[in-house]
Design a protein. Structure first.
Lengths: 157, 312
C-alpha cells in the first residue's frame, strides 16, 4: 500500500467516523471504524503500521472529544500493538478470529479510556452499559467491511 | 530480538510518550476552538436552528462570539437581499401606480379600453421602426390600435399596431418612415401631418405657410385623427425649416416627447367588450378630466386634417 492510498484510508476513515457519529448515531451508538481498521491492519500488516494508523485516527477522535486530548491516540496505539503482537500466537487472518479480536479490543478500549480519565481527569469515564454491551458487536459488523477495504486497497496497482 | 518486534517497541514508546505529553498539556481549549471552526466550515447544520447553536455552546467565548457574528452576518445578508428585492418590487409598483394614474387622465374614445403591455423585442436593424409587445389578439388587440408610452406621468404617442398575432403584436413606431399622424401645434393652433424620418426625429409637414411657428412648441394629436384620440402629446418642435418658395406649406422638426426605443411598457387602446381579460381602465373620462388644455379647433383645420393621408 503506497503512501497515497494510506493517506486516503486515513482521511476517509476519520471523515466517515465523524460523519456517522454526528448524523447517523442510533440511540447514541455508532461503530468505531478506526478501531476495526486498526485491528484489521494489525492482523495483516503487523503492529508498527497499525500503531501508526491508530495513533493518527486516535488524534482525530480526540479532536472530536477534546476533554482528554491524546487518550484515544494512546489507546489506539496500544490496540495496534496488542493485536499485532497477538497475531504471532493466534491466526487473525479469518473473519471469526478478527471479530473476536474486535470485541475484545473494544472492551479494552472502553476500559483503558476510562482509566485514562481516572488518571488525568480525576474521574472514570464510563461510556454506559448500552455502549459497553452493544458497541463491540456493532463493530463486529464492520469487520468484513474492514477486510474488504483492506483487500481492495492492496489489490489496486 | 526480532527486528519487527524491536521496531514495534520503538513505535509504541514514541507514540505512547507523545500521547502522554498531549494528555498532560492543557490542550482542550485550543483543540475545541479548532474543532469548532472546522465544524462550522464543513457542517451546514451549524447554520440552521438550535442544534448548531448547542453544538457551539462549549467552545471558548472568543471563538463563539466570532462564529456567532459570522452566522449573524449570513442572516443579515439574506435579510438585506430580501429587503433589496422588496425595494425593487416597491419601486415597480410605484411606477405602475404613476403610470395608471396618468392613464386615468387619458380621454379614451368611447368603445375602447386600455391594456398595458411589456416590450418583448426590438430589432437592431430597425431600431426606430418597430417593437414587439406581449399582447395580441387573445387580449383583444386589434390592427391599427393606438399605442402610448408614459413619461413623468404623461401619456405620449408611441405608434400603432400593424401586425397582430395570438399573444404578441408588432407596433409601428411614430419614427418609422411609413408612419404619419394628424397633429396640431399647441401655440399656433394649426394642423399638420407628423411623419417619421427613420431616425429619432419626426417632421410635421403641411403646415400653413402663413402660420407663425416657434421653436419649443408642443405637438398634440389632432381630434381628427382616425387612429389616435385627440390631445395626446407627441413631441416638441426643435427646429422650424426655412420656407421653400416652391411649396405651399411649412414644415418643422419635432423631437418625440419620449424615446420610444427605451420604453419597457406601453399602453394599447383596444376595442371594448372583447372576450378575454377585463379592460384595464374605466370607460373614457369626461373631457374636463383631460390633463391638457386643447386650443380651439378651427373648422378649416378639421377639414384639412380629414384629408391628410394619415396611416401607412
Amino acid at each position: 500500500m503506497n503512501h497515497l492510498r494510506g493517506a486516503f484510508l486515513l482521511v476517509a476513515a476519520a471523515f466517515v467516523q465523524w460523519w456517522w457519529s454526528t448524523h447517523f448515531a442510533f440511540w447514541g451508538l455508532s461503530p468505531q471504524i478506526p478501531l476495526v481498521l486498526t485491528v484489521a491492519i494489525a492482523a495483516r500488516q503487523g503492529p508498527a503500521a497499525a500503531m501508526g494508523y491508530g495513533f493518527v485516527w486516535g488524534l482525530c477522535l480526540d479532536s472530536l472529544r477534546p476533554e482528554l486530548f491524546g487518550a484515544n491516540a494512546l489507546v489506539f496505539t496500544l490496540i495496534g500493538y496488542g493485536t499485532g503482537t497477538v497475531r504471532k500466537q493466534i491466526d487473525l487472518a479469518d473473519m471469526l478470529s478478527q471479530c473476536v479480536a474486535v470485541v475484545m479490543m473494544t472492551w479494552g478500549y472502553f476500559l483503558m479510556y476510562g482509566m485514562l480519565g481516572l488518571i488525568f481527569a480525576k474521574s472514570f469515564i464510563w461510556v454506559g452499559w448500552a455502549a459497553f454491551i452493544c458497541d463491540p458487536f456493532y463493530n463486529c459488523l464492520l469487520v468484513p467491511f474492514g477486510a474488504g477495504l483492506w483487500f481492495w486497497l492492496r489489490a489496486r496497482p | 530480538m526480532h527486528r519487527e518486534t524491536k521496531v514495534s517497541n520503538y513505535v509504541l514508546a514514541v507514540f505512547s510518550a507523545l500521547s502522554l505529553i498531549m494528555l498532560s498539556l492543557p490542550l482542550s481549549a485550543p483543540v475545541r476552538a479548532f474543532k469548532a471552526c472546522v465544524v462550522y466550515l464543513f457542517d451546514p447544520l451549524v447554520y440552521y436552528g438550535d442544534k448548531g447553536v448547542q453544538r457551539l455552546a462549549d467552545m471558548p467565548p472568543g471563538v463563539a462570539r466570532l462564529l456567532s457574528a459570522d452566522m449573524e452576518n449570513v442572516r443579515l445578508q439574506a435579510e438585506l437581499r430580501r429587503t433589496q428585492w422588496q425595494k425593487a418590487e416597491l419601486e415597480s409598483l410605484r411606477n405602475e401606480n404613476r403610470r395608471l394614474s396618468a392613464a386615468l387622465g387619458l380621454t379614451a374614445p368611447v368603445g375602447r379600453s386600455a391594456i398595458w403591455a411589456d416590450v418583448m423585442e426590438r430589432d437592431p436593424l430597425h431600431w426606430y421602426s418597430n417593437i414587439m409587445v406581449n399582447v395580441g389578439s387573445r387580449q383583444g388587440v386589434a390592427l391599427n390600435a393606438p399605442v402610448f408610452g408614459e413619461k413623468d406621468g404623461e401619456i405620449i404617442v408611441i405608434g400603432r399596431v400593424t401586425e397582430v398575432r395570438s399573444d404578441t403584436s408588432i407596433v409601428l413606431l411614430v419614427t418609422d418612415e411609413l408612419s404619419s399622424i394628424a397633429v396640431y401645434l399647441s401655440s399656433a393652433g394649426v394642423d399638420g401631418l407628423a411623419q417619421g424620418q427613420g431616425g429619432p426625429r419626426l417632421r410635421v409637414n403641411y403646415l400653413p405657410s402663413e402660420a407663425a411657428l416657434t421653436k419649443g412648441d408642443l405637438i398634440y394629436t389632432s381630434q381628427t385623427s382616425a387612429t389616435f384620440p385627440g390631445d395626446v402629446l407627441v413631441g416638441r418642435v426643435t427646429a422650424v425649416n426655412p420656407s421653400d418658395p416652391f411649396l405651399t406649406f411649412q414644415s418643422v422638426e419635432v423631437q418625440p416627447a419620449v424615446n420610444s426605443t427605451s420604453l419597457n411598457n406601453v399602453m394599447i387602446l383596444r376595442p371594448e367588450g372583447i372576450a378575454g381579460e377585463p379592460a384595464a381602465l374605466p370607460p373614457a373620462a369626461p373631457a374636463a378630466a383631460a390633463p391638457r388644455k386643447k386650443p380651439a379647433v378651427k373648422t378649416d383645420e378639421v377639414a384639412r386634417s380629414t384629408t391628410a393621408p394619415e396611416g401607412r
